[in-house]
Design a protein around this ligand. Structure first.
Ligand code: PLP
Length: 359
């Protein structure tokens, strides 16, 4: 298997892939693949409901929240949030932490009034803004945060306390990587393709009252209430992705749940951050240490020439996905839940070796 550090779609656990392979052609002795089955069948419904209840169990989602399994990726949520939750006369407030927060606010601007509640743009988004600098307009409908900026490699260590104001979190790149107090949020959403399985399914966790009734003008598929009323089975769901997400959630449970996974993730990233910090400046972390992500490690070498060589050589040694995002350059190692510690150890060793040869 490759040392897969892709940012998304990302590595899946070998055990999950193997179980998927075993059941691929004949699921639950049905003589059919799960993807060939009616989404109204009892077998599929069980898979669908089990994925939802595993999400509830692992994240400790209160009963007063709905768990939706949608399509369209987190990018569709950038639009659905304001379409459903930003009425005229109210303001959607956003914390600008980087590339994904920018995309989220841009979509909201198509539907209503927005405000930047805090920003780290002047620091090139190398950190999460100090929470004490967040300024929320009096007529805000919600505050939106991006829990982990996948491209810049920054991550909130604590979330703003917003009292009665709805807090909405895009957790696409760190959901299920650490415990989260769901009740602090009105809504959490995430594309699945980093920590929850393959692409194709998007998770929305929302407090019941927020998604009970959407404005009349919103199209059927983009209304939260459509999916709430139909248990996310209004139309054909991404059944194979939901099934694999279920396997992935069972895998997380088998590891001891999200608290155990968090420790494993920290141990993994420490191997690589230590290598950066102990390199005497050969490697430079992009993110301010206070905001470093345990999912995406972004770093640079002092010339682009060396960065290019690093990527090329890493590929010859079986590493995949270490080139930084085209918008920020440099290097990035994404260490999602399914990336084994052995891959991180191998990368740390490769980094040392590369420095010896080029330092
Ligand atoms: N938000 C974050 C933080 C992401 O990392 C991504 C994708 O990488 C997205 C949103 C967009 O997700 P999708 O591709 O599912 O639309």
């Amino acid at each position: 298997r490759a040392y897969n550090f892709n940012a998304g779609p990302a590595a899946l656990p070998l055990e999950v892939l193997q179980q998927g392979q075993e059941e691929f052609i004949n699921f639950a002795d049905s003589g059919m693949s799960i993807m060939e089955m009616s989404h109204r069948s009892a077998i599929y419904e069980e898979v669908h409901n089990e994925a939802q209840s595993l999400l509830r169990e692992l994240l400790g989602i209160p009963d007063s929240y709905k768990v939706l399994l949608l399509q369209g990726g987190a990018s569709t949520q950038f639009a659905m949030v304001p379409m459903n939750l930003l009425p005229a006369g109210k303001v959607g407030a956003y914390v600008m932490t980087g590339s994904w927060a920018e995309k989220a606010i841009k979509e909201a601007q198509l539907f209503g009034e927005t405000a930047v509640a805090a920003s780290s743009e002047t620091d090139k988004f190398n950190r999460i803004p100090d929470l004490s600098t967040i300024q929320i307009p009096a007529n805000a409908a919600y505050l939106h945060v991006t829990s982990n900026e996948t491209i810049e490699g920054t991550q909130y260590k604590a979330f703003p306390e917003t009292g009665d104001l709805t807090l909405i979190g895009d957790m696409s790149s760190d959901i299920m990587s650490r415990p989260v107090n769901v009740s602090q949020f009105g809504m959490i959403y995430a594309g699945a393709q980093k920590n929850l399985g393959p692409s194709g399914v998007t998770i929305v966790i929302a407090r019941e009252d927020l998604v009970a009734a959407s404005p009349k003008s919103v199209p059927t598929m983009l209304r939260y209430d459509t999916h709430v009323k139909n248990n996310s089975l209004y139309n054909t769901p991404p059944s194979f992705s939901v099934y694999l997400a279920g396997l992935m959630l069972k895998w997380v449970k088998g590891k001891g749940g999200v608290a155990a996974i968090e420790q494993i993730n920290r141990d993994k990233t420490k191997l690589i951050y230590d290598r950066i910090d102990q390199s005497g400046g050969f490697y430079r972390g992009f993110a301010d240490p206070s905001s470093r992500s345990d999912m995406n490690i972004t770093f640079r070498i002092h010339t682009e020439e060396l960065e290019k060589r690093f990527v090329q050589e890493s590929e010859h040694h079986g590493f995949v996905g270490l080139k930084g995002h085209r918008s920020v350059g440099g290097l990035r190692a994404s260490t999602y839940n399914a990336v084994p510690v052995e891959s991180c150890r191998a990368l740390a060793e490769f980094m040392s070796d590369f420095q010896k040869r080029n330092g």
